[in-house]
Design a protein around this ligand. Structure first.
Ligand code: BTN
Length: 334
């Protein structure tokens, strides 16, 4: 951890009380002059720090930085989370893949303040400006055969939806396979990737992007699908910290249920969050289309469609839209 993060974590543990310069210098093993320099740098970053000759320093206010130690402090659950928060990277999925290939443990998480090459599904770009949203990738090593790995995509969608609902009270719905929508606009997306042999999964990366404080003008112009953010839905800037912690706790909870009870719980929760269950839909299979009624999810995440002749067809890929609405189109990015 950098000296900056260590000082911040000391401040947070002290909960608004003064910390003497000597305490800080001892805890970090740096000189009093170096402590002063660090405090000045924090002020430059937007932290409001009061200095009093006899008492030391105290943190009054700070920007919404994502710091690993802050996020990890007091996290509940089974998974042994190991977080790294990067101020900037290309793509957290790319970075985590390299770490996973080098043997990183289950529960390793990368969070980035900004991504310069954020990736969406189907080779699309994921707009990832600094300081406002959540871009993270989580490493799991489930003991499952590769054909079950898509189930974890539904796990991440359900966990993220519940975190958004619990933290911000938003009416989040899922769109097959794994987009999260609020009032028909995309608020979050999942890019999950796996490495496997024929019988066994080595690892699964859950890549999660959530539009938290994105302004309308910050979305790319070429989006074919309307996007939104918590800021746009709630009309106020929201803190990222509380959301990340809730998200990790939800993933932990659903992953435990998944290990104990299999896909059943996640499937039921996903179906409860879907607007398309029991609805007539048209699926654009590109090429070709199918029409039918959505009757649920299969074990491998395929959408079960009941055709007019009563047969069940499994949809593995395609763009699903309600026949009445017609407005839902495959999202192009955020
Ligand atoms: C989608 O197209 O809906 C999926 C978007 C996934 C974006 C996240 S942000 C964190 C992680 N790193 C990436 O490069 N992409 C995923």
């Amino acid at each position: 951890m950098s000296s900056r993060d260590q000082i911040l974590s000391l401040f947070r543990r002290r909960g608004g009380e003064f910390l003497s310069g000597q305490e800080i210098s001892q805890a970090l093993n740096i000189s009093r002059a170096a402590v002063w320099k660090q405090v000045e740098q924090l002020r430059d970053l937007g932290f409001e720090i009061e200095a009093r000759r006899s008492l030391g320093y105290r943190l009054l206010n700070g920007p919404d930085l994502l710091l690993a130690e802050d996020i990890e402090a007091g996290l509940q659950g089974d998974l042994d989370w190991t977080l790294t928060c990067l101020s900037e990277t290309g793509s957290t999925n790319e970075d985590l893949r390299l770490l996973a290939e080098q043997g990183a443990a289950e529960g390793t998480v990368l969070v980035a303040d900004r991504q310069s090459a954020g990736r969406g599904r189907l080779g699309r770009r994921w707009e990832s400006p600094a300081g406002i949203n959540l871009y993270c990738s989580l490493l799991l090593r489930p003991q499952i055969p590769p054909q079950q790995a898509p189930q974890l995509t539904f796990l991440s969608a359900v966990a993220t939806a519940e975190a958004l609902i619990d933290t911000f009270e938003l009416p989040v719905r899922v769109k097959w396979p794994n987009d999260l929508l609020v009032n028909g606009r995309k608020i979050a997306g999942m890019l999950n990737e796996m490495s496997a042999e024929s019988e066994q999964v080595h690892f699964v990366l859950l890549g999660i992007g959530v539009n938290l404080n994105m302004q309308a003008s910050q979305f790319p112009e070429d989006l074919r699908y309307p996007a939104t953010s918590v800021l746009l839905e709630r009309g106020a800037v929201v803190p990222r910290m509380a959301f990340v912690r809730t998200l990790l706790e939800k993933i932990d909870k659903f992953y435990r249920e998944y290990r104990e009870e299999g896909f059943r719980v996640i499937r039921r929760r996903w179906e409860g969050l879907s607007d398309l269950l029991d609805q007539a839909v048209r699926v654009d299979l590109n090429p070709g289309t199918r029409e039918g009624v959505v009757v649920g999810l299969d074990e491998d995440g395929a959408l079960r469609l009941q055709l007019e002749n009563g047969q069940i067809e499994r949809i593995l890929a395609g763009d699903v839209a309600p026949i009445s609405g017609e407005q839902e189109k495959e999202p192009a990015g955020n």
